[in-house]
Each structure stands twice: as C-alpha cells, then as structure tokens.
Design a protein around this ligand. Structure first.
Ligand SMILES: Nc1nc2c(c(=O)[nH]1)N[C@H]1C(S)=C(S)[C@@H](COP(=O)(O)O)O[C@H]1N2
Ligand SMILES: [Mo]
Length: 524
C-alpha cells in the first residue's frame, strides 16, 4: 500500500470514528433525555432551534420546495450536517488531539444553549447533552487512540514474524472492535430511545389538544383560605411543583382514545369503559391534598390540587361488587398496583375519585394521564394509582399490591400532621417580628387547631386559614417576637375529632411517619 493511500485510509477511518462517537453522543443523550427531561433531546432541540431562527421567507421557501415534507427535509439536512461535522471532528482528533473532543464539547454547549432557552425547560435539561458528550468523547478518544498507534506501528520497522501478533494488527483489531460495538450499540439504543421519546411527545401533544367537558360543579374557595406570607406553601400546589413519586423509569404514554378501564374480579358483570364513557358520566371538581407515605415529619412529599373526576363508587356500581369483597386492586399500565379498602371507595361520605384533570388542565403525563385515582385520607401508594387501567374487586386475603411484600402495610390511612414552612431550618432571620407559618392536614376529618411552642414556652394557638373542606390542608401562622439566639420551634395539630397529633416518632415504613416537627431557627 502506498503511503498516500494509507494516509487517506487512516483519515477515512478517523472520520468514521468521529461519526460513531457522535452516534454514541446522541444515543446516550437520548436515553438520558427520556429519564430526566424529555425536551432535552439534542437532535430535536437543535432542530427546533433552527426552525425558530430561520427567517420567515426562508421557511416559506422550504415549505414551497418541500411541501409538507419541510420538517423531514430539515431533519435530513440536520442529520447530514451532523455526519459531516462529526467526521471532521474525528479527523481533527486524529491529526491534532484533543481538537475532536473540543468539537464535541462545543456541540454539547450549543445543544445545551438550544435546550435551556426553550420555554418550559426543566431544571436538569442540560444534563443529557453533557452525558452524551462525555460518552461520545470517550469512544472518540479510545478509537482514534488505537488508530494513531496502529499508524505509528505500521511506520515502525517490522521486527516480528507472526503478522497477527504485531502491535499494528492488535491496534487495528481493537479499533474495529470499538467502532463496531459502539456503532451498533448507539444505533440500536438511540433508535429505541428516540422512538419512545417520540411516542411520549406525541401523547404530550394529544394531551395539549384534549378538551374536557365543563364540570357540573366547581370548588368554592372561601374568603381567607389563603394567606399571603412569603415562604408559605400556596393553597394549591402548581402542577409543575407538585411532588412526584412512582416506580416508572419512563413516563407511560397512553392515548386517551385507546385507553380502556376494566372493572372486574368479584363483580356481577365485567365492565369496560372508554375515556369518553368515563368523562361522559359527568365531571365534578374536588379539592384534595395528596400525601406520600414516604413523607418524613416536616417533609414536602405532599401537595394539594383541584381535581376533576368521577366518583369511584359510581364506576364500581356499573359492575356491581359482590358480597365478600373487601378490597379494590387498582392497576397501572406499567404494572404498579395499589390495594384500597372497598369501603373507602363505596362510602358516600368520602370523595374517592377517578381524576382526569389537575388544577384546570388534563392530568400531566407524570401525574397519571389520562386517568388516575385519588382517595382522600389514604396514602398515595394504597390509593392514588396513576395511568390507571384496571379496578379489580377482590379481597385483602386473595390479592397483594406492589408495596405490600416490600415492607409497607396493605392498608394505610394518612396520619394527620402539621409542618412549618417558614422560616426554614438554617435560614437565619432578623430579630424582632417574625411570622411563623406552615400547613396542617387531616384528610377526611379536618384540622381543628395548630399549636406552636417556642423553646420551653407555652403552646400558642396559631391563626388558621378558612378550610376549603376537610380533605384540603389548611395554612396557619403565628406572629413571634424573636430575640437573638437559637430557638427551638415545635408545631403540632389537633384534628376535628379532637385527637392530638401523635408526638411519638415513627419512621415512614411500614405505614407513615409520625412525630411533632421541631425546627432550630437562628435569630441574628
Ligand atoms: N402507576 C403508579 N401510580 C402511583 C405510584 C406508582 O409508583 N406508579 N406511586 C404512588 C405513590 S407512592 C404516590 S405518593 C402517588 C404520588 O402521586 P404524584 O406523583 O402525582 O404526586 O402516586 C401513587 N400512584
Ligand atoms: Mo407514596
């Protein structure tokens, strides 16, 4: 082989290494995007960015040239640009390391810029391109490193006779191994992740376009239900701030038009409902505070929303639960299950619902789109099944829910509790007038009063907000004349049944934490 041809061949292979490195970059970013932030797929973000910055006349030209294929043309153009740029990065890495890695870094920086400047980008949106760049660079460095050693060995005088064990052929073999494994892996994983991402994004579009019927009734929020105190949780938790707890690695993508709810098990008649059937039963609005069993004393795994839904008892009545049943096993499309006492769902005094909307919009995908269960007074893991697909009427003796064999009780009513929101631990406050404020909840019963103790002082009664209903938390505040130094603030509640909040500490397993929250506040 002539030196010229060999040099050209090595350059071509380094270009290939660049392209495979870029493939790994995109595939890893795509997988990470699925897990942490859907909008941070670099290909899509950069594509959208290009669409946004292309001047209108050029856009029109593209549309008139490519017609309805304009987006495809853009993506193909973008793909071509990526292939060329990554080939160049590979060659650069070969000729002048670490220029190729630097090129990948620049690509990561550009995609991060395109991603985080998009509206509604989530907090971790910068992470996928970064992880992608790290993985892609690793492949690039390894592969091009082998290539350079191979080239160097080929130039060296031949000393060994067995050609297959010469360093040159080892490095060549390693190079093709790296390229082959990384290339095939990137292709398979990248395409699968992108396809999933597309499915989820298209459901996001379906959700956006979904119009729910007007509710027959709405929640009346009484005067004085919400205090205006900095640092205090709002009465209704914005969907974007609502805590999320589930076992789903990627958010299930369910099209409401394909969704079916099956009510079966110990019933007179197995019933199947479509989404239209369900919302056609009539929607009402409910104000309910949801609580996670994993919420520690003082923790933030709870939130309040206005939900639109249909009573579970009306849905169960269509199938007719049989005598002897004492539990409903609700199942999610991803296999998660929750065991809810049948009685909590049929009790006319409890607003257990199948919810389709949260704070004025269809359920966010993360919160169970298109249908989830919400049961006041029971922890989420035994009642609040998201992406609901089945209600099986059964018994606690016969069936077990997801968390039951994993150390949590089969039945778990919420332990009522109270929390200090402001001031927060470790956040120093100035001496003088300080407002202590927080929330308290006792779903299905209601909060009677909240009491606060500073150091070893007397229990003082806090001012409560007007309760929306017994299922919704109340806010409380107490004005405090704070003297310099460290102070110990203790909060406790009394519910409307006259019970005092349990003082004894309990861990979250097996059925929820208890104890009075104590906070050390530093006054300066
Ligand atoms: N499908 C499914 N639904 C689920 C869960 C889950 O893991 N999978 N977790 C439950 C738990 S433990 C809680 S506390 C609530 C949380 O609901 P949120 O994420 O909407 O706040 O959902 C419940 N529903
Ligand atoms: Mo939970």
């Amino acid at each position: 082989m002539s030196d010229r041809r060999r040099a050209a061949g090595l350059l071509a292979l380094s270009a290939l290494a660049g392209i495979v490195g870029a493939g790994v970059f995109l595939a890893v970013a795509e997988v990470a995007a699925l897990v942490v932030a859907r909008e941070s797929s670099p290909i899509l973000a950069v594509g959208s960015f290009v669409i946004d910055i292309v001047p209108q006349p050029l856009k029109e030209l593209a549309i008139s040239t490519f017609g309805e294929y304009d987006k495809i043309a853009l993506l193909l153009g973008l793909a071509l640009a990526v292939v060329v740029a990554s080939a160049v990065a590979g060659v650069l890495q070969y000729l002048r390391p670490p220029l190729g890695v630097i090129a990948f870094g620049v690509a990561a920086a550009l995609s991060i810029a395109a991603i985080v400047t998009r509206q509604g980008a989530s907090e971790l949106a910068w992470l996928p391109p970064l992880l992608g760049a790290v993985a892609g660079s690793a492949v690039l460095v390894l592969a091009v490193g082998r290539l350079r050693r191979w080239a160097a060995a080929a130039q060296a005088p031949e000393t060994l006779t067995d050609s297959s064990s010469r360093p040159e052929s080892i490095d060549r073999r390693r190079f093709f191994q790296i390229i082959g494994v990384a290339g095939a892996g990137a292709l398979i994983v990248g395409i699968a992740a992108r396809a999933t991402n597309v499915a989820v994004s298209s459901i996001a579009a379906v959700r956006k376009a979904l119009r729910l019927p007007e509710p027959r009734s709405t929640v009346t929020v009484p005067e004085g239900a919400e205090f205006d105190i900095p640092g205090l949780s709002p009465l209704y938790t914005p969907n974007a701030d609502f805590y999320r707890v589930d076992t789903a690695l990627t958010v299930p993508a369910i099209d409401p038009s394909a969704w079916r709810l099956t009510i079966d098990g110990m019933v007179g008649e197995r019933v199947e409902l479509s989404f239209d059937d369900l919302v056609g039963m009539g929607l009402d609005e409910y104000s309910i505070t949801l609580t996670c069993v994993s919420n520690e004393v003082g923790g933030d795994l709870l939130g309040t929303a206005k939900w639109l839904g249909v009573p579970v008892r009306d849905v169960l009545a269509l199938a007719g639960p049989q005598a002897g049943a004492d539990m409903v096993l609700s199942r999610s499309i991803d296999g998660f299950t929750a065991s809810t006492p049948l009685e909590a769902l049929t009790d006319a005094g409890r607003d257990a619902i199948l919810a389709v909307a949260m704070n004025g919009e269809p359920l966010p995908l993360e919160h169970g789109f298109p249908v989830r269960m919400v049961v006041p007074g029971l922890y989420g893991y035994v009642s609040a099944t998201k992406w609901l697909t089945e209600l099986k009427v059964t018994t606690f003796a016969a069936d077990e829910a997801y968390w039951t064999p994993r150390g949590y009780s089969a039945q778990a009513p919420i332990k009522f509790s109270s929390r200090l929101d402001t001031p927060r631990t470790g956040e120093p406050v100035a001496a003088g007038a300080v407002v202590l404020a927080g929330v308290a909840w006792a779903q299905t019963v209601g909060i009677e009063r909240v009491e606060v103790k500073v150091d070893d002082g007397d229990w003082q009664r806090a001012t409560l907000s007007s309760a929306v209903n017994d299922d919704t938390w109340v806010q409380w505040f107490l004005e405090w004349d704070a003297a310099e130094g460290s102070h110990d603030i203790t909060v406790r509640a009394v519910d409307r049944a006259g019970e005092l909040q349990v003082e004894e500490r309990a861990p979250i397993a097996p059925d929820g934490s208890s104890g009075w929250q104590r906070t050390l506040v530093r006054v300066t």
